[in-house]
Design a protein around this ligand. Sequence first.
Ligand code: GLU
Ligand code: ZN
Length: 301
Amino acid sequence: MVIERFAPSPTGPLHLGHAYSAHLAWRAARAAKGQFLLRLEDLDAARVRPEYAKGIEMDLAWLGLDWDGAVLHQSRRGAAYATALAWLTELRVVFTCTCSRRDIRDAASAPQEGVAHGPDGPVYPGTCRERGHALGPGRALRLDMRRAIAVLGGVDEVSRLAFEEIGTGPAAETGVIALDPTTLVDAVGDIVLARRDGAVAYHLAVVVDDAFQRVTHVTRGADLFSATPIHRLLQALLGLPTPVYRHHALVRDETGKRLAKRDDARAIARYRDDGLTAEEVLDHARIATGLGSGAARQSCC
Ligand code: GLU
Ligand code: ZN
């Protein structure tokens, strides 16, 4: 059975981009007589607000996108993430990092380092990798990317790991996408798995929950395409199944910029208040991905 999910973070109002993504996933699920699940990625306690969570449910209902079963809240999934972290610790592919953002910025911009930027920002310079710090408050847990690759059998084995892309990445990538160990080491690096404030990181939570919810198809924006090899790698380490991925073009504003969370002007609720119908909003979203008119996308990138 096809199981799709929509996994917004309740840190702002749903906007056209979310409507587009949710509708694609919902339509695919319904066409396949499968399920469409809703998961609230509410791990960032400082930015999450209950009114946004309520707004998400209201907006989806108004758009006519019904979901199956109860909403899954990541904030209630701590035990599952702890189990995953314990397993990765057992595999010896994690280390404790005491660096502040500033330490990382300074080390990464040291002349000999060069500044590689991965999906999570500047690539971690490796400062704490061999230091054996104990875990404690104010300390992050990172994945040791080289060890992770070694544990999975080395670069040749990891190059054989792949995911199926049925949409398109930002450079039109599609089909079977193999992992590239060199990119994982040089451009992704030792990503954070648990943050300094104790919250589990997005990459780990999403992988654990997609497996828990038995998601077969992940529909999401092409901005997350570069995170997918990380997710595939974590699935391999945790022994979890890999869904099929459908990345889609991003909804952009008139100047070609992708919509930001704070872009309240394009919030679904705003369109609703202005008297548009759900169908008009979804049309609008489609056009703004460049599929409708092509105008919005041409001016981007
Ligand atoms: N929570 C993420 C977001 O709001 C999406 C996660 C995903 O679809 O994998 O953009
Ligand atoms: Zn560190």
